[in-house]
Write a protein that binds this ligand. Structure first.
Ligand code: GCO
Ligand code: MN
Ligand code: MN
Length: 389
């Protein structure tokens, strides 16, 4: 079935090998789907109309593969990319699965682990660039603690900073056209992960030697796990020129990292997010870092992947409709009305402005009495989303 919600390459919808390739293992149960090869995953993504595929080094090449095995996998993967027209916009490193990283990678207490993590990441950057990646994601799943007895957070921060400074220099030294995107998560798999929110990452980036090369990769589920408003973090990142990539998925508040299909739980939040990305003209990948329910076979995985993209496109259409809805726009005009009476106080500070403002009089009681019509606006938004406007 092809309709106006059928994805096109310009929509920039991407999935990780680890997302549609997720076999449904969880802490309580064994895999429910067979392992697909990276090439098979690319064909599946080609079938559902995705634009690109991203990978961790070890999604593509197992950590213990021989050189000959690695070469064969790369050849089959490249062939699948050529056959389907899919591209690889982003790559990343698995610094969390191997037991060597049980105490973190760049922030581990053991200097040998830290050196190994740097080495592994340089190889993984080479691999990503070989397949065309322009964005390199850092998600520090194990960069944290269960107890603060054994690790000083100041030491951990310094180590993370040193690692990123080292890797920025590496990228520059190789002449790679690559930007780095840091992804925050509050916990899971560690009890607490350092730099737990996108806001914390944005602050941290400014401490780096090449901060211009480093931005963020915020994920819906991660900010929601922390009980925060995802859109506000995305907006801050955008405003700072740091929204290099985005991980779309969904989840119920207060839960573990559920990685549900985009839009599956918080439809209104998903709507405002899509509206924001479209309104500001975000041009990066719309990456779905999510996976199908454990109840699904690979047909269900395709339903999942199609659903992510379809929901995005439907919400994009709703956003355009919201922007054109006469009643909604008239309400907004009222809400944002400005009679010009404070123009003299606006803009940059001057002593004269400050003095005039201090002397001005305001009708505080009238200001407090004014109703803002947000109930009506929100209800109109809901009715639009529910399909009756
Ligand atoms: C998670 C993370 C990861 C990262 C991935 C790419 O919660 O498991 O979201 O899926 O996004 O490792 O960096
Ligand atoms: Mn996640
Ligand atoms: Mn993610």
């Amino acid at each position: 079935m092809s309709d106006k919600y059928t994805p096109k390459p310009e929509d920039k919808f991407t999935f990780g090998l680890w997302t549609v390739g997720n076999v449904g293992r969880d802490p309580f149960g064994e895999p429910v789907r067979k392992v697909l090869t990276p090439a098979e995953i690319v064909y599946l993504l080609g079938d559902v109309g995705a634009y690109g595929v991203n990978f961790h080094d070890n999604d593509l090449i197992p950590i213990d593969a021989t050189a000959a095995e690695a070469a064969a996998i790369k050849k089959a993967f490249r062939q699948a990319l050529d056959d389907t027209g899919l591209v690889v916009p982003m790559a990343t490193t698995n610094l969390f699965s191997d037991p060597a990283f049980k105490d973190g990678a760049f922030t581990a207490n053991d200097p040998k682990v830290r050196a190994y993590a740097l080495q592994k990441t340089m190889h993984a950057i080479d691999l990503g660039v070989e397949f065309g990646a322009k964005i390199y994601v850092f998600w520090g799943g194990r960069e944290g603690t269960e107890t603060d007895a054994g690790k000083n957070p100041l030491d951990a921060g310094k180590r993370f900073q040193d690692a990123l400074n080292f890797l920025c220099e590496y990228v520059l030294d190789q002449g790679y056209d690559l930007k780095l995107a840091l992804e925050a998560k509050p916990n899971e798999p560690r009890g607490d992960i350092y730099l737990a929110t996108t806001g914390a990452m944005l602050g941290f980036i400014e401490t780096l030697a090449h901060s211009e090369m480093v931005g963020v990769n915020p994920e819906v589920a991660h900010e929601q796990m922390a009980g925060l408003n995802f859109l506000h973090h995305v907006a801050q990142a955008w405003d700072m020129g740091k929204l290099f990539h985005i991980d779309l998925n969904d989840q119920a508040f207060g839960r573990y990292d559920q990685d549900f299909r985009f839009g599956a739980v918080n439809l209104k939040s998903a709507f405002f997010l899509v509206k924001f990305l479209e309104d500001v003209g975000y041009a990066g990948s719309r990456h779905f870092d999510a996976h199908a329910y454990r109840t699904e076979d690979y047909e269900g995985v395709k339903d999942f992947a199609r659903g992510c993209m379809r929901n995005y496109l439907i919400l994009k259409e709703k956003a355009a409709r919201w922007n054109q809805d006469a009643e909604i726009q008239a309400l907004l005009q009222d809400i944002l009305a400005d009679d010009g009476s404070t123009d003299a106080f606006k803009g940059k500070y001057t002593p004269a402005k400050a003095a005039a403002l201090k002397a001005a009089s305001f009708d505080r009681i009238a200001l407090g009495k004014r109703g803002l019509s947000y109930e009506k606006l929100d209800q109109l938004t809901l009715e639009l989303l529910m399909g009756i406007r």
